[in-house]
Design a protein. Structure first.
Length: 268
């Protein structure tokens, strides 16, 4: 793709989007946000075809420093323009949250403000020991944006979310893992390789089943049991009619090895 501030690479059915403003710690300028959106649109178009998982990471020493504060000062935007800009970013957060693929963020350094919430929008967060998460908004008299009010309390609980937002303090990789924000802490030297190995295990999974399950799970804390049971029945009817399911059942009946066995894939 012809983009400058967010780069898309696809290899062996794994897409990697790299935020690419390393000199500015990948702060979310208008250009980066636009290029990120174009990359996400491309992944959505190819999801389940030649892309089976998505990794989101940052170039250089940071994942994403959040909003471009220098631009905020120079632009002096009206409340109306500020609201419109954030509502545009919401489309991208919804795209990531509802992407019908496994999405993994690889946090290789600071992830602050909107950058932290962008990372937390992934299904799985991988972090190097240099990773740092911060709801930095309070330091400049703002409230969380880029989906922070949604993703943070669902990961850490309401009380801890309040503490992180009110204090705007830094959270290292190990503490973030203990709080439920990080799935895996990976080695600095092999971070991308480890993350790609994890993502690659989804290549033989049913993209349809993962996508449908993800969609329902994302709504599960907001819906009553009757609604969820109805969604479950509809989803199962859809997945049970897929070629993937029929082929998997045939392999089981014929006593052939499953093409999707997480434990075997993890071991080998």
């Amino acid at each position: 793709m012809d983009t400058q501030y967010a780069l898309l690479d696809v290899e062996e059915e794994i897409a990697v989007i790299t935020l690419n403003r390393p000199a500015a710690l990948n702060a979310l300028s208008a250009g980066l946000s636009e290029d990120l959106g174009r990359c996400i649109d491309e992944v959505k178009e190819r999801a389940g075809k030649d892309i089976k998982a998505l990794i989101l990471t940052g170039a250089g020493k940071a994942f994403c420093a959040g909003g471009d504060i220098k631009a905020m000062r120079s632009q002096q935007r009206t409340p109306e323009r500020q609201r419109a800009g954030l509502r545009n970013s919401h489309h991208r957060m919804l795209d990531l949250l509802n992407m019908e693929l496994p999405v993994i963020s690889l946090v290789n350094g600071p992830a602050a403000g909107a950058g932290a919430n962008l990372a937390l929008a992934a299904d799985f967060v991988f972090a190097t020991p240099r990773a740092m998460f911060m709801q930095a908004f309070g330091r400049i008299g703002l409230v969380p944006d880029w989906g922070g009010f949604y993703v943070l309390p669902r990961l850490v609980g309401l009380q801890v979310a309040k503490e992180l937002v009110f204090t705007a303090r830094k959270v290292g990789a190990q503490e973030a893992q203990s709080l439920g924000m990080v799935h895996t802490v990976v080695s600095e030297d092999t971070a991308l390789a480890e993350t790609k190995a994890f993502a690659g295990r989804f290549r033989n999974a049913s993209t349809m089943a993962i996508g449908v399950a993800k969609n329902i799970l994302n709504q599960s804390s907001n819906l009553d049991v009757r609604t969820l049971l109805e969604m479950e029945a509809n989803a199962q009817a859809l997945c049970s009619s897929s070629d993937y399911h029929r082929a998997a059942v045939k392999r089981f009946v014929d006593k052939e090895p499953s093409i999707y066995d997480w434990e075997k894939l993890s071991a080998g």
